[in-house]
Design a protein around this ligand. Structure first.
Ligand SMILES: Nc1ncnc2c1ncn2[C@@H]1O[C@H](COP(=O)(O)OP(=O)(O)O)[C@@H](O)[C@H]1O
Ligand SMILES: O=C(CO)[C@@H](O)[C@H](O)COP(=O)(O)O
Length: 498
């Protein structure tokens, strides 16, 4: 009879559901993949029903295969991929595939927001308008699919849709609401000014929730479908990066988060929204009430490696492929990769740039290319860290999470490229653990997130920078930094010729 909570991490590649006991031990874990659809270059969509089905399969497996008693599941909460647009009609049926955070079809809408609102938009939301956010996606549907727009009763972000299907209640938490760029980050209310000036009807905005607000219990229908108990309490949850930060114990500004999921993120806790970074990074509400975070985002971090594996290494596992990279050496025998394979967000807000391999040589093999991909993604993280360093931030530690943090080689490369010690957590399920912590605090198991973090979050190992490697990577990083300005117009022209 071990009471537990479920942390549901709705990622871009898969959903991972973790059953966590009161002391923070993960007692069981299940995951289930779903596809990403790219009907055109720059488009990125998923079927919201796939999220619900996959989440349900993972929960059923926890109950049937891992023998978690549904009556012991005291609470459930969520971590979700951010910014994705789910449109619902008046019967709350899904109107079209969800348009995801890494979909860059909305350059014209981004420009329209800039033209109409100028700096006022940054002042209200804390963010420059970027293709990936929810607001430009709404404007795109309004312009390109007017018949669906007419039928839209409400929109949700991804994890809010899964929660709606489990509880029958609509809502969005503040950390995902800032990610829509329709929220005034200073008042934490939907911005009437943005809605009025850009023609978004306020009645399609979902109700706002705190992450640890209880949003009902499991419906009878979903209980029958999944095996969960109707008595299980459901808490709102938060954006995956906010939950990842919570699950990694990022509750103060001196420790920075590095997350290698499908996207890549360097994230810093902020007490207040700040313009210290001149709009170069995103500013978001944390899942912790009255706290904030800033982050820079590499669009294709783990995605660069999974694209490379799918295209050139479908015969090997991730571990086998990364073993090839270990046999290469620092600098991948003169090969440099830039990870702009779906465009980029930070530091270059450029939907049309594309990636490159520079320095291809007949002596290189697949291991060298894998190494170049891993190093290139890590250099893009270094670009993000440099934004913070230029604003005067100094970090004693980087905490690494995400699928990419499973690998010791990549963790050491992070330490060497950043020249900062990199911590690997005892459990690298950052966002899922954060979601479980929200449920634990929501249930009153802990008085606050710090107390919960003290119990739940533990460092497993610290990777120290190796001075000789740091020096070599510093030299290569200088060259990496030249690739964007020197290839930008070439890749733009190639895009136009496609
Ligand atoms: N063994 C591994 N070594 C290195 N990277 C890995 C490994 N397994 C998965 N990955 C990377 O992790 C990424 C998925 O990370 P994850 O945090 O699960 O993402 P998401 O939350 O976006 O679904 C993949 O894109 C892949 O590149
Ligand atoms: O767009 C962002 C953050 O602004 C992404 O970080 C998404 O939140 C997706 O996250 P992962 O699936 O890569 O964890």
């Amino acid at each position: 009879m071990t009471k537990c909570v479920l942390g549901i991490d709705l990622g871009t590649s898969a959903v991972k559901v973790s059953a966590v006991d009161r002391t923070g031990n993960i007692i069981a874990q299940e995951s289930f993949d779903y596809p990403l659809s790219q009907p055109q270059s720059g488009y990125s969509e998923q079927n919201p029903n796939d999220w619900v089905m996959s989440t349900t399969v993972a929960i059923v497996r926890l109950i049937l295969d891992d023998h978690i008693d549904p009556n012991d599941i005291a609470g459930v909460s969520y971590s979700g991929q951010m910014h994705g647009l789910v449109l619902l009609d008046q019967d709350y049926h899904v109107l079209r595939p969800a348009i995801l955070w890494n979909d860059t079809r909305t350059t014209a809408e981004r420009e329209e927001i800039e033209r109409i609102m100028g700096d006022e938009f940054v002042r209200i939301t804390g963010n420059r308008p970027l293709e990936g956010f929810t607001l430009p996606k709404l404007l795109w549907v309004k312009k390109h699919e007017p018949e669906l727009w007419q039928q839209t009763a409400v929109f949700l972000t991804p994890k809010d849709y899964v929660r709606y299907r489990m509880t029958g209640q609509l809502g969005i938490d503040y950390s995902d609401a800032t990610g829509t760029t329709l929220l005034d980050i200073h008042t934490n209310e939907w911005s009437t000014e943005i809605c009025d000036r850009l023609g978004i009807p306020e009645n399609i905005l979902p109700p706002l929730l705190h992450s640890d607000d209880q949003t009902g219990t499991i419906t009878a229908e979903y209980a029958e479908f999944s095996g969960l108990s109707q008595a299980t309490k459901v808490f709102a949850g938060g954006a995956d990066n906010a939950c990842g930060a919570l699950g990694a114990g990022i509750l103060r500004p001196e420790v920075v988060l590095s997350s290698i999921g499908t996207s890549g993120v360097i994230l810093k806790y902020e007490d207040q929204p700040t313009d210290a970074y001149h709009g170069q990074v995103q500013m978001e509400d944390h899942v912790v009430n009255d706290a904030y975070y800033s982050m820079g985002v590499t669009l294709a971090a783990g995605y660069s490696l999974s694209w490379f594996k799918k295209t050139f290494g479908s015969d090997v596992t991730f571990d086998q492929m990364v073993a090839g990279a270990a046999e290469s050496g620092i600098g991948a025998k003169g090969l440099l990769f830039t990870p702009y394979i779906v465009g980029e967000r930070t530091p270059y807000a450029d939907a049309n740039v594309r990636g490159s391999f520079i320095g291809v040589d007949a002596t290189q093999n697949r291991g060298d290319f894998t190494r170049a991909v891993i190093e290139g993604v890590t250099f893009s993280f270094r670009d993000l860290l440099e934004i913070y360093r230029q604003a005067g931030a100094q970090f004693q530690q980087v905490v690494a999470i995400g699928g990419g943090a499973k690998n010791p080689l990549w963790l050491q490369i992070q330490a060497d490229v950043f020249n900062v010690p990199v911590q690997k957590l005892a459990n690298e399920q950052g966002p899922g653990l954060g979601a479980a912590m929200i449920a634990a605090v929501g249930l009153g198991w802990y008085p606050d997130y710090q107390a919960c973090s003290d119990q739940f979050v533990h460092v497993d190992k610290v990777y120290q920078p190796i001075p000789a490697n740091v020096e070599r990577y510093n030299q290569i990083y200088q060259l990496y930094h030249e690739v964007y300005p020197q290839t930008k117009s070439l890749t733009h022209a190639l895009q136009a010729l496609k």
